[in-house]
Design a protein around this ligand. Structure first.
Ligand code: AMP
Length: 112
C-alpha cells in the first residue's frame, strides 16, 4: 500500500494530536473536527479501506472498536457515533482505514 498521510503520522513524519497508542492502534484528533470531540482510530497495519480487510484482521478490527470505546470514555463521552467511510463514493479521502469517533453534540439519523 502506498504511503498515506496516516502512515506518516504513525511514523511521526508529520505531527498529530495523538491521544492513545498501543502496539496495534493509534488515535489522534481529527484536524477538521465535525463535533466538539472528533478523533480517528487507525490500525498501524496499512489497510487501505474496510473492504480490504480479511479474516486474518478479525482480532485487529475488534481491537479498534474496543480502543474507540476506551478513548471515548477517556474523553468523557457516554453517547457517541462511530463512522467508517469506505471508498471515495462514501467520502473516504485518506486511504488508510480509520474509524471516526464523534461526540459532544446530538446526532440525527439518517446521516447525510
Ligand atoms: P475520510 O474522509 O473518512 O477519509 O476522513 C479523513 C479524515 O482525516 C478527515 O476527517 C480529515 O479532517 C482528517 N485529517 C486529514 N488530515 C489530517 C491530519 N493531518 N491530522 C488529523 N486528521 C486529519
Amino acid at each position: 500500500m502506498a504511503d498515506t498521510l496516516f502512515s506518516k503520522i504513525i511514523k511521526r513524519e508529520i505531527p498529530a494530536d495523538i491521544i492513545y497508542e498501543d502496539d496495534d492502534a493509534l488515535v489522534f484528533r481529527d484536524i477538521n473536527a465535525q463535533a466538539p470531540v472528533h478523533f480517528l482510530v487507525i490500525p498501524k497495519k496499512p489497510i487501505a479501506k474496510l473492504s480490504d480487510a480479511s479474516a486474518e484482521d478479525q482480532a485487529l478490527l475488534g481491537h479498534l472498536l474496543l480502543v474507540a470505546n476506551k478513548v471515548a470514555a477517556q474523553e468523557g463521552l457516554t453517547d457517541f457515533r462511530l463512522n467508517v467511510n469506505n471508498g471515495a463514493g462514501a467520502s473516504q479521502t485518506v486511504f488508510h482505514l480509520h474509524i471516526h469517533v464523534l461526540g459532544g453534540r446530538p446526532f440525527s439519523w439518517p446521516p447525510g
